[in-house]
Every structure is written in C-alpha cells, then in structure tokens.
Design a protein around this ligand. Structure first.
Ligand SMILES: [Zn+2]
Length: 203
C-alpha cells in the first residue's frame, strides 16, 4: 500500500525534525570537537553522515569553556555517550603566541583584560597575565604539537565535573597532508622498519 509507505516516511521525518522535542539523540550518540580549519572534512574523516553527531568547531580544536558547555549539555541531556576530539597538522594555532596577539590588539588600543569577552556574561573577564592564555595558542597551553593538544583535551574533559564519568572519550590527529586520521604520537613514517647499525629496527 502506498499510503503505508507514505505514513512511515512521514513518521520518520517527524522523528528527525522533532528529535529534541521527542528526546531522540543524534544517530551515533556522538559529540565531536575539531578545528575550524577548512581542510578538516570532519564527517568524511570519521566516516559519519549528517545527523550522526553534534559537531563543535573552534580555532585549534581546544577544550574551551564553550566546548565544555556544549558537551555538558549534549552528554547530560541529549543522550550523547561518546566524544571524539580531532586536532590536525599544520594548525594555525601553532603559528603564533598569545603574547603576539595581545600586542597586536594593544597596538590598536584594545586591552584584552578590559574586554567583555562573553557578550552575555559581563563578569567573565581575564586579568593581564591570563589574557595571553585566553587565545589558547598551542605553546601557551604547553603543547608542542596537535598530538599533545589532542591528549591534553582528553584530560581536560575528564577533569570537568560537568562531563559524565562514563562518557567514552577518544582523540585523533587528522593529517592534512595525507587526508588520514592517526592516534596521537603514532606517525606511521616513524614506525616503519628502518636499517640501523646492521640490524632491522622496529619501533
Ligand atoms: Zn587548526
């Protein structure tokens, strides 16, 4: 019966369009944090489709207060069970330091410590020392690479009392140059066999 098929399709579309009203989670119960960089095709990299995940992007794929806010909401109220963090090679956040950016604005007459950083929270400010850290360039976080940031992000989420303890959290690095994901600090070209001092070494 055509009408049965149509009714079924209507119900399916209603479930999709009214997911939050009906309390239906995203398809994979997944939250993703990745960089805003245009070279990270996050759905393709994770082999996921539209509808599969809540995706949060910012400069550097860094766990910021807003990232925690978003994950806290989806993990506690929207049925999300898993978080995946994807940093990437050649990230712009490796290029500068907070000090340089603070100076850039100072030269324009803008003092970061005097700026209302959150448009909706007038009391959220940072002092002069912390202003440098607020931009969260990798070096200011004590990280040398996207691999370091990926692992630091996992720890940062685990430390937050707003994130459920049973949430599965994984981290990967997307290689812009190969179009592939890898686990942090597991570059394949560093792991292949090589000839050294007369013996084949595997590391
Ligand atoms: Zn980036």
């Amino acid at each position: 019966m055509i009408s049965e098929y149509i009714d079924q399709e209507i119900r399916r579309f209603e479930d999709y369009a009214l997911r939050r009203v009906k309390g239906i989670p995203n398809n994979r119960r997944l939250w993703v944090l990745t960089c805003m960089d245009e070279r990270v095709p996050i759905e393709e990299a994770l082999r996921i489709q539209p509808g599969d995940a809540h995706i949060f992007r910012n400069a550097g794929a860094i766990v910021t207060d807003d990232a925690v806010r978003s994950l806290a909401l989806t993990a506690n109220f929207f049925g999300t069970k898993e978080a995946i963090i994807v940093t990437h090679t050649d990230c712009g956040m490796l290029r500068f330091t907070g000090e340089e950016v603070v100076r850039f604005f100072a030269e324009k007459g803008v003092k970061i410590s005097e700026v209302q950083l959150d448009p909706y929270l007038s009391t959220l400010r940072v002092g002069e020392e912390e202003a440098v850290k607020w931009f969260k360039f990798f070096t200011d976080l004590g990280a040398q690479s996207p691999d370091d940031v990926a692992l630091m992000n996992v720890e940062a989420l685990r430390r937050s009392p707003l994130i459920p303890k049973d949430l599965k959290i994984s981290a990967y690095v997307y290689e812009v140059e190969t179009g592939r994901l890898r686990k942090p600090h597991q570059k394949i070209h560093e792991r292949t066999s090589r000839f050294e001092h007369g013996t084949v070494v595997k590391d």
